[in-house]
Design a protein around this ligand. Sequence first.
Ligand SMILES: [Zn+2]
Ligand SMILES: [Zn+2]
Length: 282
Amino acid sequence: MSERHVQCSACEVLRPESEAHNIPTLAGEQYVDGYYCSAHAGAALDAARAHVAGLDFEDDTRDDMMPLVTLHALVRARGLMSESLDPPAPGEGLERVRNEALALLDLLRHTRLPIVEPSALCSGCYRAVPASQVRVIPWFNDHAAAFVTTFRCGDCFAASLADTRARLTFGGPGEVARLAEFFHRHAVTIHEHRRGDPPEAVRPLLALALDHLAAGTLKLQIGETVPLNDVRSAPSGPPPAAAPAPSTPPEPAAAPPPAAPEPRPGPSLWQRIRRAFGRSGD
Ligand SMILES: [Zn+2]
Ligand SMILES: [Zn+2]
């Protein structure tokens, strides 16, 4: 298998992981892994550095501690310790913590943080990409005569989604119904389909859902999928009764996963990936 490929957050080009840089990137109030190509890593580091240098710990109306704490936790989890700084960063208290963060960021001009998250395989080009970067889309499977979940990398995503859109545009009532059921399995319920509206009323709503997928404003989860064998064995059955209710809104576009591996309710990302690849065991 070829080397894992990583998409640059700035230019969106996929390159081999050995050419990718993991630069702490601010997402909301916390720092998370951000992946960049060599051409854009410097600017990402400059942005993080400028942000940390501008944190204001005196302003009680802002919580500028959180970004700093998450930055330290992130680089530590990736193997970069402030204790290893030589000479030690100057200052006292929070100023010292800030200076340590700045010194650690400067190290990243010569050191690479590892990309530690699990991989997912693109079904179009068979390259592995970080799980957070894989795009989950509906794909028509002729054998199952149904839309099934498939994974695409950033390079293959647009063309494959265009195929699915053509299926919807030129397909009959069966395609409309099956695509609506696909989205229902992913907890995106088209009410007009469920109550039995005609296909011509449902089709534009499905086209809208595909638009949101294309734009990244709707992101299907990598887990919670129905294995192909289940679809084949029950091609006309109702959606699985055990389908979980939607408990989380779609993630914001391109947001990397949280840096700190905190225990969460429900299956972990890794468990869901194992399930997605058909491996049992929680
Ligand atoms: Zn780039
Ligand atoms: Zn691909």
